[in-house]
Design a protein around this ligand. Structure first.
Ligand SMILES: *Cc1c(COP(=O)(O)O)cnc(C)c1O
Length: 377
């Protein structure tokens, strides 16, 4: 790589929240004005349109907009009939919300290891199964879908259900099938920094099961069944704002382009960094027949991770250590008491490089050049 290439670049922030708005300001203000003038704020046509588009995009039979990705998990687990004391197995390399949703749905979270690709490790899942296990809650982490065949085989063998935390996985696929459509239900987050980000909080639940869909649609709206005009279950106020839905619908129409760009950037990182033996990179796009990854994050493993992070910072490059560097089972106050040596060791090495669809090639090259300078001064 030529050194001169990147001289014009000096700053690469990890993420730019303002760009989410300014890069499409005209269109977004137009949507706000149009929806506002219709007074269409709660449960209106724009929400229905967006849910329909989510179904078309993912191949799910049903999609339900909810207030955020965490509510999505709680509602899905409750609708699936999780009851007090039921154990639910999850990978400790996830957001605390994955485990919290199990607790709030009355269950007991059981943390297990992730594997080399940072996804839940099926062998570790199998070891954790007890007579109390009811479900597996895999996280479709970093924009990648787990090997769902292996998880489904375990679920079938032990009579468990699967709910997917696909908060980071919208559009990713395993064997051509979309994240969020494998289990009894799958949940998506539209937190601004997520691949499909709203201008605030938002989430969705996907399912192919009509009974689940019906129950979850009651639960997101105070337990009300509109057909009976009756409250039929204890519910929540967890509707996706109609304005956010209108914005998300607009963005989902252009989402394939955004994914394409993310995969291009991941390929660039791969091209410029794969020669460094101090790093372990995510699989390059297109390198595995069963996986289509959408790169919510570009999470690498790095030797001397903390020093590298500081060096990048000194050169104007923002990076992030996912979950603040603590796996869920390591939060002492939560009392999970698991020992997961692989995950614990991995967490000393993880680092996320800037990756969003507005990142320029020169910026990616600059990041790579700084990393090479660090390891090969
Ligand atoms: C973002 C995220 C969530 C939570 O989504 P919110 O919309 O912020 O509630 C849950 N799980 C994972 C893996 C996430 O990345």
């Amino acid at each position: 790589m030529e050194t001169s290439l990147s001289l014009s670049v000096r700053q690469v922030p990890f993420f730019n929240y303002g760009l989410l708005f300014t890069s499409q300001e005209e269109e977004l203000v137009g949507i706000f004005r149009e929806v506002g003038r219709r007074g269409a704020f709660i449960d209106q046509k724009d929400l229905k349109d967006f849910e329909k588009r989510l179904c078309d995009f993912t191949g799910a039979r049903f999609a339900l907009g909810v207030a955020n990705g965490t509510d999505a998990l709680i509602i899905a687990l409750k609708a699936a009939g999780l009851s007090k004391g039921d154990e639910v197995i999850f990978s400790s390399h996830t957001f605390v919300a994955t485990a919290a949703s199990i607790v709030h749905a009355g269950g007991v979270p059981v943390a297990v290891e992730c594997g080399k690709d940072h996804m839940i490790d099926p062998a570790s899942v199998e070891r954790a199964i007890t007579p109390k296990t009811r479900a597996i809650l895999p996280t479709q982490l970093n924009g990648r879908t787990c090997d769902m065949d292996r998880l489904q085989a375990l679920a079938d063998k032990h009579g468990l259900f699967i709910i997917e935390d696909a908060a980071q996985g919208l559009g990713s696929k395993f064997k051509g099938k979309s994240a969020g459509t494998f289990g009894l239900a799958g949940t998506i987050s539209f937190y601004p920094a997520k691949n499909l980000g709203s201008l605030g909080d938002g989430g969705a639940i996907l399912t192919n099961d009509e009974k689940m869909y019906e129950k979850m649609s009651w639960m997101r709206d105070h337990g009300r069944d509109p057909k009976l005009n009756q409250v039929v279950v204890w519910g929540f106020n967890s509707r996706l704002d109609n304005l956010q839905a209108a914005i998300l619908d607009f963005k989902l129409k252009r989402y394939d382009e955004a994914i394409h760009r993310r995969r291009e950037i991941a390929s660039l990182y791969h091209e410029y960094l794969s020669g460094l033996k101090e790093l372990t990179l995510p699989p390059a796009p297109g390198s595995e027949a069963n996986h289509f990854d959408v790169f919510q994050n570009y999470e690498i493993e790095a030797e001397r991770r903390d020093e590298l992070k500081e060096f990048l910072k000194s050169k104007g490059v923002g990076t992030l250590i996912q979950w603040g560097g603590t796996a869920v089972h390591q939060f002492k106050e939560l009392g999970l008491n698991a020992s997961l040596p692989y995950t614990e060791k991995l967490f000393m090495r993880l680092l996320m490089l800037p990756l969003h669809n507005l990142l320029k090639d020169e910026e990616v090259k600059y990041v790579c050049q700084v990393i090479r300078d660090f390891y090969r001064p």
